[in-house]
Write a protein that binds this ligand. Sequence first.
Ligand SMILES: [Zn+2]
Length: 260
Amino acid sequence: MSDFRVYAIRYARRDALRGEHFHGHDATGTEPHPTSYYVWLAVSDRHTVLIDTGISRSRAETVAGLDYLASPAERLAELGVPAESVGHVVLTHLHYDHTGTAHEFTGARYVLQRAELDYWTGPWASRITRERWLLNDDDLARLQEAGKDGRVTLVDGDAEVVPGLSVHLVGGHTAGMQVVRVRTARGHVVLASDASHFYENLEDDRPFPILHSMTGMYAAFDRVKELADGPHLVVAGHDPEVLDRFPLLRPDIAVIATGE
Ligand SMILES: [Zn+2]
């Protein structure tokens, strides 16, 4: 059974402030703290799995200060991976910056937690102003269409997507937030996505301020640490530092693990 090659692929970045990224007010809240936007790719001899799909170009134009470097599909093309070769798209959660180009992966099966879909189609999300902004209605509608075509796998908890790659419900940031664990030659990597936007969230035990459950956020930190074969194999969701902690294949593309 072959191990996966794993890449963190940055497609956008934005200047931001520390206060946007750590729960609770403190004196450092107005200091600069840039954010990066990624998708992640796991490739083995048999499977091509994309984890999250970024922001669509049209939505990107509405996000103040966002520097949209390339679309996720364009980045995959740089790696020689055509969009139609992606067999599975794992959606860690349904915020707009993770679902925006899912429809471009026409040959893919979508994998998400049932709790996540239930939340966004349930009675609460539509009443909460911030949630209406965080969800892209068109992305949800297209996902529901794909569901009717039998292209969506809804998971309850933990599940293997393909041999060596599994998803794990952690909650916290959103109702059905999941992380991805990938077997590599270096050990098991965990793609934490927004279970830990920045390494500092996880390492200093300081939740991100946008959250569904505060205690769930802490439990997610614990679960991420438990699932990874060492802290050096955790990949944070929005941290520019990912591109410093792991070697670069080319600008904006870090190699989390090679195949051998
Ligand atoms: Zn995000």
